[in-house]
Design a binder for this molecule. Structure first.
Ligand code: PMP
Length: 354
């Protein structure tokens, strides 16, 4: 029998069909470069699919990630997406010990996994003007928490949290494991990885789903102290927790990482074009973002998500999220998708005004 409290678990539906502009999930709009696809095809043609993955391949990926992150291979654990890390960290640090902490709004899976694992959740609402947080309230709520998830930049709000405030929290709550979720750090250019050796209760999680463009392959990693990394690996039963195909893809992507710098620059260019448009578009209040997405507020009762959907422009609707009914989040698409979003928005709101 399924546990009673899990009978009405929420799902996270995505829009069906093929949109004209797909801006509802934080993906990259650019397919993998041809050189990478070719290298992947070649690598796959000689892979021993009938065997379990060899530990050496994980070691190879950890060495490549070490080159990328500047951290030693012993401080890196590889897993099936950042999501797998979130689940494991709740299981290792919180079950039977304390609550899970996260900000609101933030990545919804911190709560979902806590609920599934039977761990209570405590949230702190971010300030509405700038999505910063109240330090005193954070101190108060963190008492009794065993794991704190902090997405930096935060999804969906796009902001980075102040280093001094986070440091104060990490240092004041040594019994709480802080997890800095750096899914979007490549777009922000700021990382906490180097801090994991200075704080016993800090680790960083990252993913290949965002800038590295392989969300469907489910590959992520954790950066932490070697003793903790070793427990995470045992709990995830490395090397059987990730697919060999994903590991080979990860290796190729890291080898070819200059190609992703070009993609990063394109996204950041589109982000600033979009920000300037939104700044002048009077119905909208938008916020600066360090990710590949933008969060924005419309006048009360005028959330355009449904109307945009009818025009084939898919965005993330926060209409059902308490306190954020008038907000949407858009993920930056390619130039044409972004233009279509702007034109459709103008059409919808001018039509209304006229
Ligand atoms: N953390 C954050 C903040 C995210 O936004 C996402 C994906 N939307 C993830 C983690 C999940 O990453 P992965 O695909 O590696 O599980």
């Amino acid at each position: 029998m399924i546990r009673e409290e899990l009978r009405d678990l929420k799902d996270f539906p995505v829009y069906p069909g093929t949109p004209n502009a797909k801006m509802d999930q934080n993906e990259t709009p650019y397919p993998l470069p041809a050189a990478i696809l070719e290298a992947l095809r070649e690598r796959v043609s000689s892979m021993p699919f009938h065997r379990y993955l060899r530990p050496e391949r994980i070691m190879e990926l950890k060495r490549a990630l070490s080159g990328y992150s500047g951290m030693s291979p012993e401080s890196i654990a590889v897993g099936a997406g950042a999501d797998a890390m979130i689940q494991t960290l709740i299981a290792l640090f919180a079950i039977g010990r304390g609550d899970v902490f996260h900000f609101h709004p933030s990545y919804p899976l911190y709560s979902l996994f806590a609920q599934v694992l039977g761990v209570p959740v405590k949230t702190l609402s971010l300030e509405k003007e700038d999505f910063d947080f109240d330090l005193d309230k954070a101190h108060e709520i963190l008492e009794g928490c065993a794991v704190a998830f902090i997405a930096n930049p935060n999804n969906p709000t796009g902001n980075l949290f102040r280093t001094d405030k986070l440091k104060e929290l990490i240092e004041s709550h040594p019994r709480c494991q802080f997890v800095l979720d750096e899914a979007y750090f490549e777009y922000a250019g700021e990382t906490w990885a180097g801090e994991v050796n200075r704080h016993e209760n800090l680790c960083v999680i990252r993913t290949f789903s965002k800038l590295f463009s392989i969300p469907s392959l489910r590959l992520g990693y954790l950066i932490g102290r070697p003793d903790m990394v070793s427990v995470v690996e045992k709990a995830q039963f490395v090397p059987y927790n990730v697919s060999g195909f994903s590991v080979e893809a990860g290796l190729i992507l890291l080898e070819e990482r200059p190609l992703f710098q070009e993609i990063r620059e394109k996204v950041i260019r589109e982000r600033s074009i979009m920000e300037s448009f939104l700044y002048k578009f009077s119905p909208v209040v938008s916020y600066p973002s360090y990710g590949n997405f933008l969060f924005m507020r419309f006048p009360p009762g005028e959330n355009p998500a449904e109307a945009l959907f009818k025009e084939g422009v898919y965005v993330r609707d926060y209409g059902g999220v308490p306190g954020y009914e008038d907000f949407i989040r858009i993920t930056l698409g390619g130039p044409e998708e972004n233009l279509l979003f702007r034109e459709t928005l103008q059409k919808l709101f001018n039509h209304k005004e006229g």
